[in-house]
Design a protein around this ligand. Sequence first.
Ligand SMILES: [Zn+2]
Length: 120
Amino acid sequence: MDELTPVQLQELSDNLKQQQRDIERQIDSLGKGDETVEGAVPSGKIDPTTAMQEKQMTIAQKQRLELRLANISAALARSDANEYGFCVECGDLIGYERLKIKPDSLFCVSCREKQEKDIQ
Ligand SMILES: [Zn+2]
């Protein structure tokens, strides 16, 4: 597997920054949505169970986004340290094709697979 060229690195880090902005915006709008729900619910009109379920879903979605944001920040930090594109576990090259699909990948394919087996 070839090392990333400076052009590929630039492209991937731009991609990461773009995703970072998108996710920050999504988290922002989730937060705002929350406030509107709480402030504008006409009493007795909305089933409190439904409102609560919706709120829990929003919280879960927000947590997923925050986790993803943390991953992206970690990848960007690695890019600043010139460690981006290498597996944090074994130090192998992750590979451009894989990073193109998921630029915040921190593991190579084999370490990722090993991890997933451990979870199961
Ligand atoms: Zn690895």
